[in-house]
Design a binder for this molecule. Structure first.
Ligand code: S3P
Length: 169
């Protein structure tokens, strides 16, 4: 079983992905981490020195060439929205969208301001506006996921819900 987790930054892809991989006894991968290792740079540094379009191309190359079955893979928040990658994800595995409200996302993202280059140098109000706009722009992509789960609190419950849905597909 190949499982791709998609969703906004701060939607809990890493936490849920790692829990899911343990429960299903599958290896866990994170596209940001793979790209960061390949480039020898942290994601913010890739954005700064090589630019966002370079990063998007790295995401596209990684997913288009993805051959490993039986894994849980967390994807960068923007990944499904560029280079037709949502369709490619759907052709390669089960895609799960972790849905979170804009208010909760804002809280989580603002508590880690140095992690996410798309929010650098923004005031709180600007960040909230950016989150709302990103959510609106990305919804049509995310909505195509095979499984949609609200991740608003209890992570154990969310993981259980995902497993039940996976086995009833
Ligand atoms: C991005 C989200 C980040 C990372 C990059 C761009 C985005 O990943 O891929 O900073 O466009 O939403 P996370 O969703 O894991 O924060």
């Amino acid at each position: 079983m190949t499982i791709f987790l998609i969703g906004m930054p701060g939607s809990g892809k890493t936490t849920i992905g790692k829990m899911l991989s343990e429960k299903l006894d599958l290896p866990y991968f994170d596209t940001d981490e793979i790209i960061s290792r390949m480039e020898g740079k942290a994601i913010p540094e890739i954005f700064e020195t090589l630019g966002e379009s370079y990063f998007r191309q790295q995401e596209a190359d990684l997913i288009s060439n993805w051959k490993l079955h039986h894994a849980v893979i967390s994807t960068g928040g923007g990944l499904p929205c560029y280079h037709d990658l949502m369709n490619i994800l759907l052709s390669k595995g089960h895609v799960i969208w972790l849905k979170v409200s804009a208010a909760t996302l804002s809280e989580r993202i603002l508590s880690e301001p140095n992690q996410r280059p798309l929010f650098f140098n923004k005031t709180k109000d600007e960040s909230i506006k950016t989150i709302k706009k990103m959510l609106a722009d990305r919804k049509d992509f995310y909505q195509q996921a095979n499984i949609k789960v609200l991740n608003d609190g209890n992570t154990e419950d969310v993981v259980k819900k995902i497993i039940v849905k996976l086995y009833s597909m």
